[in-house]
Design a protein around this ligand. Structure first.
Ligand code: ZN
Length: 173
């Protein structure tokens, strides 16, 4: 069965090469493994990496309506893998690929760890930023135009104020 829509995969680090060989791609913009539409490979080939519900649907094991809503885990605290502090789960970012749906690093640690990674991999970071910009070129253009207009308005207002001040100084002199 070929597919006309993008399929999202959960590919563990160790499986990357295998998934790529089958035609899966890593989309750096959305940071997800995908099977692009019309890849020409049956989805069944990607079975190990299909999200659990989708995988069960494809296998015909469950009907769409029979999928039970995922119960929220009763976990309230979690230990950060970096600072080793025990913190409320709300202090951990969301991550659907994790068993408990949360990242393993707390938010401050995650920030720090991302910062370190960027510092250690400036080239990859720069390339991914450029890729993001290309993918969002229109929004970027709109943002720049808006910024230019705002700056012009600010400049005009400043010049008007300046001129007004000079006129009033002259009047008072
Ligand atoms: Zn932490």
């Amino acid at each position: 069965m070929d597919q006309d829509r993008t399929t999202y995969l959960i590919v563990p680090h160790a499986d990357r090469a295998r998934a790529r060989a089958l035609g899966a791609q890593y989309d750096g913009v959305i940071k997800r493994w995908i099977v692009p539409p019309g890849a020409g490979v049956p989805l069944a080939a990607f079975a190990p990496w299909l999200p659990p519900v989708l995988s069960a649907l494809r296998r015909g094991v469950v009907q769409a309506r029979a999928v039970p809503a995922r119960k929220p885990k009763p976990v309230t605290n979690k230990q950060c893998a970096r600072c080793l502090c025990e913190k409320p789960v709300a202090d951990f970012g969301l991550d659907r690929t994790m068993k408990d749906g949360r990242r393993s690093l707390c938010k401050p640690c995650r920030l720090e760890s991302c910062r370190e990674w960027r510092r250690a991999n400036p080239d990859i970071f720069r390339a991914s930023k450029a890729k993001y910009r290309r993918a969002h070129a229109d929004a970027e253009k709109a943002r720049k135009t808006a910024y230019r207009l705002a700056r012009r308005k600010q400049r005009d207002a400043a010049m008007t104020a300046h001129a007004f001040q000079r006129v009033s100084v002259n009047v008072h002199a």
